[in-house]
Design a protein around this ligand. Structure first.
Ligand SMILES: [Zn+2]
Ligand SMILES: [Zn+2]
Length: 234
């Protein structure tokens, strides 16, 4: 037996056997709570991987293109293994709850976008959730007890939504994408002003010397709850 079995095998086994409940629990580890959009990310990721595996040679290396940085994206990262840190995750700042998962070798992929009537349908299926969501999430009010009740209800909704047919939640489309080249950043340049290491493609030259964007006073993107915004070091 190989002793260095990948820690990811447990997740892949859950993907193969369609263990959505187990995948949701795994996603909760990084997401911090259970919610319906996390469940949707888990389902979309599991569907995409098994769909592509059926057409190809089993589970292969994929990239995931997400179109929003919300709860859904954490489900996608955990299930597909495409993360911000391993450059498998590509972020398109469109503000849509959607993902495209594609094989790295040939770009064959599938895009799932949450149906525009999903939210309305969700609150219709769980009438108690709407007013609490409004109070606790939208208005950020309510007593600690309200928040506690909401967390329990929302977690129960998430588990129930694992069983809702995928077609009621998503529009699904097969497509082929141009897979971006795998970025390799080594951080091998030293900024001549602050002395910190910087990756090659974030270096500017000022007075003949390599400097980081912060020291150069140039704009750089930051990803916040509002999406990507462009800022300058002040
Ligand atoms: Zn969430
Ligand atoms: Zn610097």
């Amino acid at each position: 037996m190989h002793e260095h079995a990948s820690a990811r095998q447990a997740v892949e086994a859950m993907v193969r056997r369609g263990d959505l409940e187990g995948l949701l629990r795994s996603a909760e580890v990084i997401h911090g709570h259970l919610c319906p959009f996390l469940a949707l990310g888990v389902k979309a990721g599991q569907y995409a991987l098994t769909h592509l595996a059926r057409q190809g040679h089993g589970l292969e290396e994929v990239v995931a293109i997400v179109e929003s940085n919300n709860c859904f994206t954490d489900g996608i990262q955990v299930v597909t293994g495409c993360t911000l840190g391993n450059s498998g995750l590509i972020f398109k700042d469109l503000g849509k709850t959607a993902v495209t998962v594609a094989r790295r070798r040939d770009g064959a992929g599938v895009r799932l976008v949450v149906r525009s009537d999903f939210r309305e349908g969700l609150f219709a299926r769980y009438p108690a959730a709407g007013p609490l969501f409004d109070l606790v999430v939208v208005k950020r009010q309510g007593t600690p007890e309200d928040r506690h009740r909401f967390q329990h209800l929302w977690a129960a909704v998430a588990r129930r939504e694992l069983e809702t047919p995928l077609a009621e939640q998503f529009l699904i489309q097969n497509l082929t994408i141009q897979v971006p080249e795998q970025a390799r950043s080594f951080g091998g340049v030293i900024c001549q002003r602050c002395g910190e290491g910087v990756t090659e493609h974030r270096v500017r030259v000022a007075e003949g010397q390599p400097v980081c964007l912060a020291c150069a006073g140039e704009e750089y993107g930051i990803l916040t709850g509002q999406g990507i915004v462009w800022v300058k070091e002040s």
